[in-house]
Ligand binder design. Structure first.
Ligand code: RUQ
Ligand code: CUA
Length: 667
């Protein structure tokens, strides 16, 4: 039975001012046959052995990770663990990577990742790194795109809900993080209803272009609103950064209603070159603020964690010209800058138009002092003086906009579940396409940069309902691939995603595919527990600590029989994969282990901590089907009662056997 698809969207504005947003999805199986063009299947078909044209990086949302897809196929290529422990490869469980998840709140095994952002050179994604934010405990991670691994994480102090993050400046000198929640700064025990008096926002600029040295360059102290998203200027607007804010009502309760009162909230336009000057001139105060900086040492591949204790904070009152407010209807969410750098597009969730600000007009309004008023040292520019145009009747619930580089903008409409294409300069809507359902972000490869590769658009939808075979109450979220190469958008493909992909970034595969590391050079491995050849393994005891050095190679471990461990010991298995060949991984797991296994890239050393609970013989094995004799890749470790006279033993070479049992020799 076919039912024509019906969407109903309602924006209910109650007379008392409470705003309820209701959306309803199709109640019966929808058919989109008519929407999918005849050649869709061949457009997304990537033949076995062939490569996709684009890499796409999606945030994992509440999974805390990043997932990598190929476009146009929608094939999942990889999950990159970032802010959450990852049992699949031991990230955040093994001793080498645990420090990556250290914060001033202690070890955090989870976060909520929202916005991936590729590094840029001259405003164009360059494929060096991918940044992504942690939303719950504000942090920014840097992923190296030669290895698809998280290399660095910096915590953002004086912030709560690091949502407007980690958008980059055109050369990735900075990535930013703005606080969603305003909080007391420093955070102290005050009544919540003293919000207006005590709560403040911060905008943070983080140096990002020196691997291993991310740091907070400065923070700007802002009125106590909620800050939502941001994008850097480019071209003529290079040197400026734009952030949306809502809750200019400064409400601390029932925001749904109380933060939806004002007709306009603000886009904050930040002149960060001016901020740099104020820092140089000593106008930024040093504020005690604790935060962690974690990074992976490049040769030992061991994460280090350092605590930092102060930031430079700029109060706009003492640095005039650093921030201006652009009035923007209404509770704006996304703010996006077009490829020319002239237009600043804000998506007001509750607005009936899409307002577009002009950078040129903004400059003139600043010169003319066309101010409405001033808030905490921040001049509010007149809306009419900065507005370039408004897109009329775009649909309901505009959130985010990306660009195709051919003069068009594409805006996601959450409430009316559609993508709307409109023309920059004339502001006329030229096309619209329904999406299933309740779209959040959308993404065009390079679509927030100077040079969009405007061939495809990916819609990231919040609600899936009837789009796939049902899987109980929770359905995987859905992405949809839309062809934007012609005048009319064409739906090509649905594919399920992991967690909640708020945002994504994409770029042509050719930019990074030939730069991939194939294995870590064993000769350069400086992990203090590395074992570089079979003869170098062994077992040593230091008090109640037992260290085992072991190699993995097709298809055995050496040593593979170990004795002399006692109940009460803490055992560290330091396993090195001594293969020097692309994609030959081994794993390591031991019976009764209290953490997941290790997965070892070629040339890499990883350490599993194990506290045996009782006497017995415990098998261990390789968890990655590495060879025809993978099932033979196993061993045993014997655990004796505390105080037992069983000697330390590891069945390795004569050379290492000579050392075994000699605790004094240690390493
Ligand atoms: S924000 S759609 Cu982080 Cu729009 Cu998710
Ligand atoms: Cu090594 Cu299976």
């Amino acid at each position: 039975m076919k039912t024509s698809f019906k969407r109903s969207a309602m924006l209910a504005v109650a007379s008392i001012g409470a705003i309820g947003i209701l959306y309803a999805c199709a109640t019966k199986g929808a058919t989109t046959q008519s929407l999918v063009s005849g050649d869709a299947a061949s457009r997304v078909y990537v033949a076995p052995g062939s490569y996709d044209e684009f890499y796409t990086f999606m945030s994992g949302g509440y999974s805390g990770q990043v997932s990598v897809y190929g476009l146009p196929s929608g094939r999942l290529l990889k999950l990159i663990p970032v802010f959450s422990q990852f049992p699949e490869d031991g990230y955040g469980y093994n001793e080498e990577t645990k420090p990556m998840l250290q914060t001033t709140y202690g070890f955090l095994p989870w976060d909520d990742s929202h916005h991936p952002e590729l590094s840029q050179t001259d405003g164009v994604p360059d494929g060096r790194w991918l940044f992504i934010n942690a939303n719950n405990t504000p942090r920014i991670a840097r992923i190296d795109l030669t290895r698809f691994e998280t290399d660095e994480i910096i915590q953002i102090p004086n912030s709560a809900g690091g949502h407007a993050s980690p958008f980059t400046t055109p050369n990735s000198k900075y990535v930013v993080s703005a606080t969603r929640f305003s909080v007391p700064i420093p955070n102290t025990d005050v009544p919540i209803d003293s919000y207006k008096k005590n709560f403040k926002g911060t905008l943070s600029f983080i140096t990002a272009d020196q691997p291993g040295k991310m740091d907070i360059a400065f923070q700007i102290l802002m009125p106590g609103y909620n800050y939502d998203l941001g994008h850097a200027g480019k071209g003529p607007s290079d040197g400026w950064f734009f952030f949306t804010s809502y809750n200019s009502e400064q409400s601390n309760t029932k925001l749904e209603e109380n933060a939806s009162q004002n007709d306009k909230d603000f886009v904050a336009a930040v002149n960060y070159k001016r901020a740099e000057e104020c820092v140089t001139q000593g106008k930024a105060a040093s504020r005690p603020s604790d935060y962690m900086h974690n990074w992976i040492d490049s040769t030992s591949r061991i994460a280090k964690s350092e605590k930092k204790t102060s930031v430079k904070m700029i109060d706009p009152q003492s640095c005039p010209g650093i921030v201006y407010y652009l009035p923007t209807p209404k509770s704006p969410h996304g703010v996006d800058v077009d490829p020319t750098g002239e237009y600043i597009v804000a998506g007001g969730k509750l607005a009936t138009v899409i307002p577009v600000h002009s950078f040129t007009k903004m400059q003139k309004a600043i010169a003319d002092k066309a101010f409405e008023k001033e808030i905490d040292g921040i001049p509010v520019l007149k809306y009419d003086a900065v507005m370039a145009g408004e897109v009329q009747k775009p649909g309901l619930g505009p959130l985010h906009t990306e660009f195709d580089g051919k003069g068009y903008a594409y805006t996601s409409m959450f409430i009316s579940s559609e993508v709307v294409k409109w023309k920059l300069g004339t502001w006329e809507v030229v096309d619209r396409i329904p999406v299933y359902y309740s779209i959040g972000h959308l993404m065009i490869p390079g679509g927030d940069s100077k040079k969009p590769w405007g061939k495809y658009l990916v819609a990231m939808n919040k609600i899936t309902k009837d789009r796939y075979l049902p899987t109980g109450p929770e359905m995987a979220q859905s992405a949809q691939l839309i062809d934007i190469s012609g005048d009319k958008m064409k739906m090509l493909l649905d594919f399920p995603t992991i967690g909640e992909p708020h945002y994504a970034q994409g770029l042509p595969a050719s930019i990074i595919k030939d730069k991939q590391l194939k294995y870590h050079k064993l000769a350069e491995n400086t992990n203090p527990w590395v074992t570089k050849s079979e003869n170098d393994g062994g077992i040593t005891r230091t008090g109640k600590r037992v260290d085992i050095k072991m190699i993995a190679i097709r298809s055995h471990f050496a040593p593979d029989n170990l004795e002399g461990v006692q109940v009460g010991d803490t055992v560290y298995f330091h396993v090195t994969n001594i293969e020097q060949d692309w994609d030959i991984l081994h794993g390591f797991a031991v019976l009764g282990a209290n953490t997941p296994e290790l997965i070892l890239a070629p040339g890499e050393t990883r350490t599993l901590k194990w506290i045996p609970k009782g006497p017995g013989v415990y098998p261990f094995y390789c968890t990655d089907f590495c060879s025809a004799l993978h099932q033979e890749m196993q061993g045993y470790i014997r655990v004796s009662p505390a105080g037992s006279s069983v000697k330390l033993m590891a069945n390795v070479s004569k050379k290492s056997q000579a050392q075994i049992g000699d605790a004094k020799k240690g390493q």
